[in-house]
Design a protein around this ligand. Structure first.
Ligand SMILES: [Zn+2]
Length: 403
Protein backbone atom coordinates (compact mmCIF):
# COMPACT_ATOMS: atom_id res chain seq x y z
CA UNK A 1 0.00 0.00 0.00
CA UNK A 2 1.41 3.37 -1.00
CA UNK A 3 0.78 6.01 1.67
CA UNK A 4 1.11 9.70 0.88
CA UNK A 5 0.30 13.01 2.53
CA UNK A 6 -2.30 15.05 0.69
CA UNK A 7 -3.02 18.75 0.88
CA UNK A 8 -5.30 19.52 3.86
CA UNK A 9 -8.79 18.11 3.17
CA UNK A 10 -7.66 17.44 -0.42
CA UNK A 11 -7.99 21.16 -1.10
CA UNK A 12 -5.41 23.76 -2.11
CA UNK A 13 -4.47 26.29 0.58
CA UNK A 14 -5.15 29.92 -0.34
CA UNK A 15 -4.12 32.98 1.69
CA UNK A 16 -3.75 36.73 1.51
CA UNK A 17 -0.72 38.63 2.77
CA UNK A 18 -1.16 42.29 3.64
CA UNK A 19 2.06 44.14 4.29
CA UNK A 20 2.84 47.58 5.70
CA UNK A 21 -0.17 47.70 8.01
CA UNK A 22 0.49 49.31 11.38
CA UNK A 23 -1.64 50.84 14.06
CA UNK A 24 -3.13 54.17 12.99
CA UNK A 25 -0.35 55.56 10.80
CA UNK A 26 -0.03 55.39 7.04
CA UNK A 27 3.45 53.89 6.77
CA UNK A 28 3.99 55.21 3.23
CA UNK A 29 3.63 58.83 4.41
CA UNK A 30 6.55 58.41 6.79
CA UNK A 31 8.64 55.96 4.72
CA UNK A 32 8.70 58.14 1.58
CA UNK A 33 9.47 61.29 3.59
CA UNK A 34 12.34 59.64 5.45
CA UNK A 35 13.75 57.69 2.51
CA UNK A 36 13.48 60.25 -0.26
CA UNK A 37 13.58 63.42 1.87
CA UNK A 38 10.56 64.83 0.08
CA UNK A 39 7.35 66.34 1.39
CA UNK A 40 4.50 63.86 1.74
CA UNK A 41 2.02 66.45 2.98
CA UNK A 42 -0.34 65.40 0.20
CA UNK A 43 -0.51 61.85 1.59
CA UNK A 44 -2.73 60.99 4.54
CA UNK A 45 -0.92 60.61 7.84
CA UNK A 46 -3.40 58.03 9.08
CA UNK A 47 -5.39 55.09 7.79
CA UNK A 48 -8.52 55.25 9.93
CA UNK A 49 -9.79 52.46 12.13
CA UNK A 50 -13.17 52.75 10.39
CA UNK A 51 -11.53 51.42 7.21
CA UNK A 52 -9.88 48.63 9.17
CA UNK A 53 -13.27 47.57 10.56
CA UNK A 54 -14.94 47.70 7.16
CA UNK A 55 -12.16 45.61 5.60
CA UNK A 56 -12.05 43.09 8.43
CA UNK A 57 -15.81 42.58 8.55
CA UNK A 58 -15.95 41.98 4.79
CA UNK A 59 -13.13 39.44 5.06
CA UNK A 60 -14.86 37.63 7.93
CA UNK A 61 -18.06 37.39 5.88
CA UNK A 62 -16.14 35.97 2.91
CA UNK A 63 -13.93 33.52 4.79
CA UNK A 64 -10.66 35.24 3.88
CA UNK A 65 -7.60 34.23 5.89
CA UNK A 66 -3.96 35.19 5.79
CA UNK A 67 -1.31 37.39 7.34
CA UNK A 68 -1.59 41.04 8.34
CA UNK A 69 1.48 43.12 9.19
CA UNK A 70 1.80 44.97 12.46
CA UNK A 71 4.86 47.22 12.25
CA UNK A 72 5.86 47.61 15.92
CA UNK A 73 7.64 51.00 15.65
CA UNK A 74 6.19 52.39 12.44
CA UNK A 75 8.48 54.84 10.70
CA UNK A 76 10.55 54.97 13.90
CA UNK A 77 7.93 57.22 15.52
CA UNK A 78 7.61 55.19 18.72
CA UNK A 79 6.75 51.70 19.85
CA UNK A 80 3.07 50.83 19.72
CA UNK A 81 3.05 49.32 23.21
CA UNK A 82 3.95 52.69 24.71
CA UNK A 83 2.12 54.89 22.21
CA UNK A 84 2.98 56.87 19.11
CA UNK A 85 4.05 60.50 19.54
CA UNK A 86 1.55 62.72 17.74
CA UNK A 87 -1.27 60.22 18.17
CA UNK A 88 -3.29 59.80 21.33
CA UNK A 89 -2.84 56.57 23.28
CA UNK A 90 -6.60 56.02 23.03
CA UNK A 91 -6.38 56.16 19.23
CA UNK A 92 -3.61 53.59 19.12
CA UNK A 93 -5.37 51.33 21.61
CA UNK A 94 -8.63 51.57 19.70
CA UNK A 95 -6.81 50.32 16.59
CA UNK A 96 -5.08 47.51 18.45
CA UNK A 97 -8.36 46.42 20.05
CA UNK A 98 -10.13 46.43 16.68
CA UNK A 99 -7.46 44.20 15.11
CA UNK A 100 -7.66 41.76 18.01
CA UNK A 101 -11.42 41.56 17.66
CA UNK A 102 -11.80 41.44 13.88
CA UNK A 103 -8.46 40.60 12.23
CA UNK A 104 -6.80 38.17 14.62
CA UNK A 105 -9.45 35.41 14.30
CA UNK A 106 -8.50 34.76 10.66
CA UNK A 107 -5.11 36.43 10.17
CA UNK A 108 -1.66 36.05 11.62
CA UNK A 109 -0.41 39.35 13.00
CA UNK A 110 3.33 39.71 12.44
CA UNK A 111 5.91 42.40 12.97
CA UNK A 112 7.47 43.65 9.74
CA UNK A 113 10.72 44.01 11.64
CA UNK A 114 10.86 47.05 13.94
CA UNK A 115 10.45 50.31 12.03
CA UNK A 116 10.13 49.18 8.41
CA UNK A 117 12.46 52.17 7.94
CA UNK A 118 15.86 52.64 9.58
CA UNK A 119 17.48 50.04 11.80
CA UNK A 120 17.07 50.73 15.51
CA UNK A 121 19.96 50.73 18.00
CA UNK A 122 18.53 48.47 20.69
CA UNK A 123 20.68 50.07 23.41
CA UNK A 124 18.81 53.39 23.25
CA UNK A 125 16.02 52.84 20.70
CA UNK A 126 17.23 55.58 18.37
CA UNK A 127 17.38 55.03 14.63
CA UNK A 128 20.75 54.43 13.01
CA UNK A 129 21.68 55.46 9.47
CA UNK A 130 21.16 51.94 8.10
CA UNK A 131 17.87 50.77 6.64
CA UNK A 132 16.11 47.53 7.45
CA UNK A 133 15.39 46.97 3.77
CA UNK A 134 18.59 48.66 2.62
CA UNK A 135 21.87 47.70 4.26
CA UNK A 136 20.16 44.90 6.24
CA UNK A 137 18.89 43.43 3.00
CA UNK A 138 22.29 43.61 1.31
CA UNK A 139 24.51 41.86 3.84
CA UNK A 140 23.87 38.93 6.17
CA UNK A 141 23.50 40.11 9.75
CA UNK A 142 25.22 37.70 12.16
CA UNK A 143 22.92 35.53 14.26
CA UNK A 144 24.15 37.19 17.48
CA UNK A 145 22.87 40.55 16.24
CA UNK A 146 19.90 39.47 14.14
CA UNK A 147 18.18 37.12 16.61
CA UNK A 148 17.89 39.75 19.41
CA UNK A 149 16.69 42.30 16.86
CA UNK A 150 13.85 40.00 15.78
CA UNK A 151 13.12 39.22 19.43
CA UNK A 152 12.80 42.95 20.14
CA UNK A 153 10.23 43.25 17.35
CA UNK A 154 8.25 40.28 18.68
CA UNK A 155 8.44 41.61 22.24
CA UNK A 156 6.68 44.88 21.34
CA UNK A 157 3.74 42.89 20.01
CA UNK A 158 3.93 40.58 23.02
CA UNK A 159 3.60 43.67 25.23
CA UNK A 160 0.34 44.38 23.37
CA UNK A 161 -0.82 40.83 24.16
CA UNK A 162 -0.15 39.61 20.63
CA UNK A 163 1.82 36.38 20.27
CA UNK A 164 3.01 36.70 16.69
CA UNK A 165 3.22 33.34 14.89
CA UNK A 166 5.92 34.65 12.57
CA UNK A 167 7.64 37.66 11.05
CA UNK A 168 7.55 39.60 7.80
CA UNK A 169 10.54 41.04 5.97
CA UNK A 170 10.42 44.70 5.06
CA UNK A 171 11.51 44.51 1.42
CA UNK A 172 14.23 41.92 0.95
CA UNK A 173 15.38 42.07 4.59
CA UNK A 174 17.85 39.16 5.08
CA UNK A 175 16.93 37.40 1.86
CA UNK A 176 20.71 37.15 1.39
CA UNK A 177 20.92 34.42 4.04
CA UNK A 178 17.60 32.71 4.59
CA UNK A 179 19.10 29.86 6.64
CA UNK A 180 20.52 32.29 9.19
CA UNK A 181 17.34 34.38 9.08
CA UNK A 182 15.18 31.30 9.78
CA UNK A 183 17.46 30.22 12.64
CA UNK A 184 17.20 33.73 14.12
CA UNK A 185 13.39 33.78 13.80
CA UNK A 186 13.21 30.37 15.47
CA UNK A 187 15.38 31.47 18.39
CA UNK A 188 13.49 34.76 18.85
CA UNK A 189 10.10 33.10 18.63
CA UNK A 190 11.02 30.55 21.29
CA UNK A 191 12.56 33.26 23.47
CA UNK A 192 9.61 35.69 23.38
CA UNK A 193 6.55 33.56 22.75
CA UNK A 194 7.67 30.03 23.61
CA UNK A 195 6.75 29.12 20.03
CA UNK A 196 9.06 26.49 18.49
CA UNK A 197 7.37 26.52 15.05
CA UNK A 198 7.27 30.07 13.60
CA UNK A 199 7.22 31.19 9.98
CA UNK A 200 8.87 33.99 8.06
CA UNK A 201 7.65 35.73 4.95
CA UNK A 202 10.36 37.10 2.67
CA UNK A 203 10.17 35.68 -0.86
CA UNK A 204 7.82 36.28 -3.77
CA UNK A 205 7.73 33.99 -6.84
CA UNK A 206 5.24 35.67 -9.13
CA UNK A 207 6.40 34.56 -12.59
CA UNK A 208 5.29 31.40 -14.32
CA UNK A 209 8.99 30.76 -15.01
CA UNK A 210 9.76 30.80 -11.24
CA UNK A 211 9.76 27.58 -9.23
CA UNK A 212 6.36 26.82 -7.68
CA UNK A 213 6.07 28.84 -4.44
CA UNK A 214 5.86 25.89 -2.05
CA UNK A 215 6.66 26.70 1.58
CA UNK A 216 10.34 26.16 2.41
CA UNK A 217 11.18 24.15 5.52
CA UNK A 218 14.19 25.34 7.53
CA UNK A 219 15.99 23.54 10.37
CA UNK A 220 13.43 20.75 11.03
CA UNK A 221 14.29 18.81 14.17
CA UNK A 222 12.25 15.63 14.59
CA UNK A 223 13.59 15.17 18.10
CA UNK A 224 12.46 18.53 19.53
CA UNK A 225 9.67 19.34 17.05
CA UNK A 226 11.30 22.68 16.27
CA UNK A 227 11.19 24.14 12.80
CA UNK A 228 10.79 27.36 10.82
CA UNK A 229 8.98 27.70 7.50
CA UNK A 230 9.44 30.30 4.79
CA UNK A 231 6.09 31.27 3.28
CA UNK A 232 6.36 32.37 -0.36
CA UNK A 233 3.87 34.61 -2.12
CA UNK A 234 2.83 33.48 -5.58
CA UNK A 235 1.59 36.79 -6.96
CA UNK A 236 3.00 40.29 -7.08
CA UNK A 237 1.14 43.24 -5.63
CA UNK A 238 -1.38 43.21 -8.46
CA UNK A 239 -3.87 45.27 -6.48
CA UNK A 240 -2.98 48.95 -6.06
CA UNK A 241 0.67 49.04 -5.03
CA UNK A 242 2.38 49.99 -1.79
CA UNK A 243 2.41 53.78 -1.94
CA UNK A 244 -1.32 54.31 -1.66
CA UNK A 245 -1.53 57.05 -4.27
CA UNK A 246 0.17 55.63 -7.35
CA UNK A 247 -2.42 55.07 -10.09
CA UNK A 248 0.17 53.35 -12.28
CA UNK A 249 0.31 50.59 -9.68
CA UNK A 250 -3.39 49.78 -10.10
CA UNK A 251 -3.88 46.39 -11.74
CA UNK A 252 -6.68 44.25 -13.08
CA UNK A 253 -8.13 41.46 -10.92
CA UNK A 254 -7.67 39.27 -14.01
CA UNK A 255 -3.95 38.94 -13.23
CA UNK A 256 -4.95 36.90 -10.15
CA UNK A 257 -8.04 35.25 -11.63
CA UNK A 258 -10.22 35.99 -14.64
CA UNK A 259 -13.98 36.23 -14.54
CA UNK A 260 -14.40 32.80 -16.16
CA UNK A 261 -12.20 31.41 -13.34
CA UNK A 262 -9.85 29.83 -15.90
CA UNK A 263 -7.10 32.41 -16.39
CA UNK A 264 -4.67 34.22 -14.10
CA UNK A 265 -1.90 33.13 -11.76
CA UNK A 266 -4.11 31.76 -8.97
CA UNK A 267 -5.90 29.08 -11.03
CA UNK A 268 -2.50 27.99 -12.38
CA UNK A 269 -1.06 27.56 -8.88
CA UNK A 270 -4.22 25.86 -7.66
CA UNK A 271 -4.17 23.44 -10.61
CA UNK A 272 -0.61 22.54 -9.63
CA UNK A 273 -1.75 21.87 -6.03
CA UNK A 274 0.62 24.53 -4.71
CA UNK A 275 -0.47 26.91 -1.93
CA UNK A 276 -1.66 30.04 -3.72
CA UNK A 277 -0.74 33.07 -1.66
CA UNK A 278 -1.38 36.65 -2.78
CA UNK A 279 0.35 39.76 -1.48
CA UNK A 280 -0.51 43.44 -1.30
CA UNK A 281 -0.03 46.53 0.86
CA UNK A 282 -2.33 48.26 3.32
CA UNK A 283 -1.87 51.85 2.03
CA UNK A 284 -2.80 50.66 -1.48
CA UNK A 285 -5.91 48.97 -0.12
CA UNK A 286 -6.98 52.26 1.49
CA UNK A 287 -5.74 54.44 -1.39
CA UNK A 288 -6.44 57.78 0.31
CA UNK A 289 -10.01 56.71 1.04
CA UNK A 290 -10.80 55.51 -2.49
CA UNK A 291 -10.24 51.90 -1.38
CA UNK A 292 -8.93 50.92 -4.82
CA UNK A 293 -6.80 47.98 -3.71
CA UNK A 294 -9.57 46.71 -1.46
CA UNK A 295 -12.11 46.88 -4.30
CA UNK A 296 -9.86 44.87 -6.63
CA UNK A 297 -9.34 42.37 -3.82
CA UNK A 298 -13.11 41.98 -3.35
CA UNK A 299 -13.48 41.01 -7.01
CA UNK A 300 -10.61 38.53 -6.73
CA UNK A 301 -12.06 36.93 -3.59
CA UNK A 302 -15.55 36.66 -5.08
CA UNK A 303 -14.06 34.80 -8.04
CA UNK A 304 -11.78 32.56 -5.95
CA UNK A 305 -14.68 31.60 -3.70
CA UNK A 306 -16.44 30.04 -6.70
CA UNK A 307 -13.66 27.46 -7.02
CA UNK A 308 -14.71 24.14 -5.47
CA UNK A 309 -11.34 23.02 -4.13
CA UNK A 310 -9.70 25.87 -2.19
CA UNK A 311 -9.15 26.21 1.55
CA UNK A 312 -8.49 29.66 3.04
CA UNK A 313 -5.81 29.29 5.71
CA UNK A 314 -3.70 31.54 7.88
CA UNK A 315 -0.08 31.52 6.77
CA UNK A 316 0.85 29.94 10.13
CA UNK A 317 -1.58 27.09 9.40
CA UNK A 318 0.03 26.52 6.01
CA UNK A 319 3.45 26.65 7.66
CA UNK A 320 2.44 24.09 10.30
CA UNK A 321 1.08 21.72 7.66
CA UNK A 322 4.35 21.81 5.72
CA UNK A 323 6.37 21.30 8.91
CA UNK A 324 4.29 18.22 9.73
CA UNK A 325 4.71 16.94 6.18
CA UNK A 326 8.45 17.17 6.68
CA UNK A 327 8.74 15.85 10.23
CA UNK A 328 6.33 12.89 10.48
CA UNK A 329 7.48 9.30 10.07
CA UNK A 330 4.93 6.96 8.51
CA UNK A 331 5.22 3.18 8.77
CA UNK A 332 2.92 0.73 7.02
CA UNK A 333 1.07 -1.88 9.11
CA UNK A 334 -1.04 -4.91 8.14
CA UNK A 335 -4.23 -2.87 7.77
CA UNK A 336 -3.08 0.77 7.68
CA UNK A 337 -0.16 2.66 9.17
CA UNK A 338 1.35 4.34 12.17
CA UNK A 339 2.48 7.93 12.22
CA UNK A 340 5.07 9.31 14.59
CA UNK A 341 5.00 13.09 14.83
CA UNK A 342 6.87 15.61 17.01
CA UNK A 343 4.04 18.12 16.56
CA UNK A 344 0.25 18.27 16.28
CA UNK A 345 -1.31 19.17 12.93
CA UNK A 346 -4.93 20.02 12.22
CA UNK A 347 -6.76 18.49 9.25
CA UNK A 348 -3.88 16.12 8.47
CA UNK A 349 -4.91 14.28 5.31
CA UNK A 350 -3.57 10.95 4.05
CA UNK A 351 -4.07 8.91 0.92
CA UNK A 352 -3.89 5.13 1.20
CA UNK A 353 -3.50 3.92 -2.36
CA UNK A 354 -5.48 0.78 -3.14
CA UNK A 355 -6.94 0.55 0.40
CA UNK A 356 -10.39 -0.94 0.86
CA UNK A 357 -13.42 0.94 2.18
CA UNK A 358 -14.31 -0.07 5.73
CA UNK A 359 -14.53 1.12 9.31
CA UNK A 360 -11.46 3.33 9.24
CA UNK A 361 -10.34 4.54 12.64
CA UNK A 362 -7.63 6.73 14.15
CA UNK A 363 -6.31 5.43 17.46
CA UNK A 364 -9.38 3.21 17.65
CA UNK A 365 -11.76 6.15 17.17
CA UNK A 366 -13.95 5.60 14.10
CA UNK A 367 -13.95 8.13 11.28
CA UNK A 368 -17.18 9.02 9.51
CA UNK A 369 -17.50 8.28 5.80
CA UNK A 370 -18.27 11.19 3.46
CA UNK A 371 -19.30 11.05 -0.20
CA UNK A 372 -16.18 12.47 -1.84
CA UNK A 373 -12.72 13.87 -1.06
CA UNK A 374 -13.93 17.49 -1.27
CA UNK A 375 -16.44 16.75 1.51
CA UNK A 376 -13.64 15.81 3.94
CA UNK A 377 -13.37 17.50 7.29
CA UNK A 378 -11.41 16.44 10.35
CA UNK A 379 -12.57 13.00 11.51
CA UNK A 380 -13.83 11.68 8.16
CA UNK A 381 -12.77 9.46 5.28
CA UNK A 382 -13.83 9.10 1.64
CA UNK A 383 -13.32 6.76 -1.27
CA UNK A 384 -11.38 8.27 -4.17
CA UNK A 385 -11.24 5.89 -7.11
CA UNK A 386 -9.25 2.88 -5.91
CA UNK A 387 -7.87 4.82 -2.92
CA UNK A 388 -9.00 5.93 0.51
CA UNK A 389 -8.38 9.46 1.75
CA UNK A 390 -8.77 10.31 5.41
CA UNK A 391 -8.51 13.50 7.46
CA UNK A 392 -8.04 13.97 11.19
CA UNK A 393 -6.33 16.23 13.71
CA UNK A 394 -2.90 14.64 14.13
CA UNK A 395 -1.59 14.67 17.68
CA UNK A 396 1.97 14.78 18.85
CA UNK A 397 3.39 11.28 19.41
CA UNK A 398 2.22 8.04 17.87
CA UNK A 399 -1.01 7.63 15.90
CA UNK A 400 -2.41 4.38 14.57
CA UNK A 401 -4.60 4.28 11.49
CA UNK A 402 -6.43 1.07 10.66
CA UNK A 403 -9.59 -0.87 10.11
ZN1 LIG B 1 6.64 46.22 3.66
Amino acid sequence: MKISIENPLCRVPVAMILDDACPVVNLSHFWIKLRHKVSTDDMPVEIPVSFLRKFAEWCLEHGVKGKFSYVPMPGGLGTIDLGLPGFSKARVDEWIDATKELIRPNWDLTPEMITHCKVVDLSDWTMTEEWEQGEWAQRPIPFEQLAPYIAAALRILHNCDIAAEGVTSPGAFQKVDLDNYAASVLWASKEVNGNPRPFLFCEVYDEDSDPLPYPKVYHPDKRTGECCVGIIAGTGDWFAGWEGNNREAVHSPDLCITEDLQGGRMPRLIAAGCPAIMVSHWPGFYFQGEEIGFNIFKTVVERLNQLPNILWMKTSEIAHYWMAREMVDIAETADGCTITSPMPCERFTLRLAGAKPGKWAVNGKPLREVAEPLALESGTWAKDGDDIVLAFDLEEGKTTIGL
